[in-house]
Design a protein around this ligand. Structure first.
Ligand code: ATP
Ligand code: MG
Length: 579
């Protein structure tokens, strides 16, 4: 591809709304452009990277026996009502009506649609197992679209759905996807971990997330190097639940104290001169199962996901001020677990408090000498908090570490959740009708590109792993007006293409500095520079983007040397040369 005939609108300045490296670099490298919040145009270079990622995914899905299909993006409400998700999916589901008043939504995920296909087309155990996948555009009306392709509203996803005759089969399908995912992310040269995760709006019995480790990740990943345990922090259990209620011996009755304006844990603890671990932090949540109050030790963080799962709720949100007032009679910041009429859940860390401080459910007042159990009786005492780095591994008791990660893939065991709701049955060997056992498996294509950039860049720009680079080589003549330089460049460009190499040819009449900057920014793994002096001597310079290593090679050997370097790079990155 000739740069002069192509569209690579690079930008020198960082876009002001881009908070992450990948967002900045995708814009600056001319790969994407924002159309609306969380909705992007993919420009030519960006689309090439997207296609590379899709192709690796496709090859590995096919290798694992999955079969490609394509489902629509516009989905009728009926199927969503059948599964029950029309009402519980929340505002991420963009709903609308057609001219006839019929309800539709834009597909955020496709369990209902694929289940409908399979229940109509599959009758017998002989047709199972079946794993159908697609690579398709999804829409989720995310509250906070951000970080470019990382959290969009419209984004490309690979989603696969497996159907098996029994649990053992479903387990095999799940394992096959686990392995396929590991191969996919390895081939892209990513450093990742697979961890236990929450099942969220998709549901099902268990799941694993594939996390690319990066500082900018929105998720936190708990890992234990002793036993190999790994979990999303929102799911990771906290060990040591078996604590008895405090005795309350010798502790006076609760007493109100005036704490004007002291609302936060820090404010209350400094106002009263008590350490945060003696405070009973109390938060009010609204959920689809009603309001709930959750208490934890002041220096702990309440984990909404655990609360939501305990309640069997589909959504949970911190209550707005009006709701806090109607539940507690006070403004936000003065809530306590005593004397409320809504259910109180206590994290077990509350039981570590012998003589506590908490909100008095009255503006500008707190209570001192509060004893859990004696002064309030939680409806449940369980693990409702986030694990901390100082907590032991829930599996083996060793030290854990918490790092940030980007969730690029998520695999779920669905069991019969959708097949029961939608009556997806087959006739088993013995002629009996049974529900199919399902699994579902997603990869965010754009998010994977963003994650790869988060892990592979320097101050000058992107350093694409060769397996997903938009081009393998950039041919960069320093002076297009110099006849010998242009001739060598043109010949190399043609010859490399003939050898099947993906070449970008910077044939612009630009200053060398600009060409070098652009080449570094867009992250092409190899650069061949043709300068006047070296060209006269029959030499060109080959430079590797990642390491900056350069070698001079004779023009007549250049093609073979470059092909060899590319081959080595593929083998290093994914273990083999191109398919
Ligand atoms: P998150 O917790 O980040 O919102 P999720 O659990 O909702 O993700 P899944 O429903 O498991 O995501 O979707 C499968 C994959 O699709 C995710 O692993 C992720 O790579 C990708 N994905 C999900 N939401 C987005 C989004 N808003 N933008 C880009 N990719 C996304
Ligand atoms: Mg989500």
């Amino acid at each position: 591809m000739r740069v002069s005939r192509y569209l690579i609108p690079t930008v020198r300045e960082n876009p002001s709304d881009a908070e992450t490296v990948s967002h900045r670099l995708l814009i600056r490298a001319g790969m994407i452009r924002k159309l609306a919040a969380g909705i992007y145009n993919y420009l030519p270079l960006g689309l090439r990277v997207i296609r590379k990622v899709e192709n690796i995914i496709r090859e590995e899905m096919n290798r694992a026996g999955a079969i490609e299909i394509l489902m629509p993006m516009v989905l009728p409400a009926e199927l969503w009502k059948e599964s029950g998700r029309w009402d519980v999916y929340g505002k991420e589901l963009l709903r609308f009506k057609d001219r006839g008043g019929r309800e539709f939504c834009l597909g955020p995920t496709h369990e209902e649609i694929v289940t409908d296909i399979v229940r109509k087309e599959v009758r017998s155990y002989r047709q199972l197992p079946l794993n159908l996948y697609q690579i398709q555009t999804k829409f989720r009306d995310e509250i906070r679209p951000r970080f470019g392709l990382m959290r969009g509203r419209e984004f490309i996803m690979k989603d696969a759905y497996s159907f098996d005759a029994d649990d053992e089969g479903a387990e095999r399908s799940y394992q096959a996807m686990y392995e396929a995912y590991s191969r996919i992310f390895s081939r892209m040269g990513l450093k990742f971990v697979a961890v236990e995760a929450d099942t969220g709006a998709i549901g099902g019995t268990s799941s694993h997330e594939f996390m690319v480790l990066a500082e900018s990740g929105e998720a936190e990943v708990v890992t234990c190097s002793s036993c190999g345990y790994g979990a999303n922090r929102e799911l990771a259990e906290v060990a040591g639940k078996e604590i008895p209620f405090p005795s309350g011996d010798g502790i006076p009755r609760p007493e109100e104290v005036h704490t004007p304006g002291a609302r936060t844990i820090e404010e209350v603890s400094s106002f009263l001169g008590v350490t945060p671990d003696r405070l009973i932090k109390t938060l009010v949540f609204t959920t689809d199962k009603g309001e709930v109050v959750v208490a934890a030790r002041g220096d702990r963080t309440i984990n909404e996901v655990k609360v939501k799962n305990h309640l069997g709720a589909s959504w949970i949100e911190l209550a707005p001020d009006e709701v806090v007032r109607s539940v507690t009679g006070a403004s936000t910041g003065f809530a306590g677990p005593l004397g409320l009429s809504v259910p109180v859940l206590a994290d077990f860390s509350v039981l570590e408090i012998q003589d506590g401080v908490t909100g008095a459910n009255r503006d500008d007042y707190h209570l001192v000498h509060v004893v859990p159990g004696r002064d309030f009786a939680p409806q449940a005492v369980s693990d409702f908090r986030l694990i901390e780095e100082t907590d032991p591994c829930p599996r083996c008791g060793s030290a854990i570490s918490i790092t940030r990660g980007i969730e690029v893939g998520h695999i779920f065991k669905l069991g019969t959740k959708y097949s029961e709701a939608m009556n997806a049955v087959f006739l088993d060997r013995d002629g009996r009708e049974k529900f199919m056992v399902m699994g579902c498996y997603g990869i965010g294509v754009g998010r994977t590109v963003a994650a790869a950039i988060e892990q592979n860049h320097d101050d000058d720009g992107i350093i694409f792993p060769i397996t997903i680079a938009p081009f393998e080589v950039i041919v960069l003549p320093l002076n297009m007006k110099h006849e010998r330089v242009r001739e060598v460049a043109e010949n190399l460009y043609e010859a490399l293409q003939k050898r099947g190499v993906e070449v970008l040819y910077d044939d612009r009449e630009e200053r060398p500095g600009i060409k070098f900057k652009d080449a570094d920014l867009i992250g092409i793994p190899f650069r061949v520079t043709i300068g006047e002096k070296k060209a006269e001597k029959g030499m060109v310079e080959v430079r590797k983007r990642e390491t900056g290593e350069t070698v001079d090679v004779p023009v007549e050997e250049a093609v073979e040397r470059i092909v060899e370097a590319i081959r080595e790079e593929y083998v290093r990155c994914q273990g083999f040369w191109k398919e």
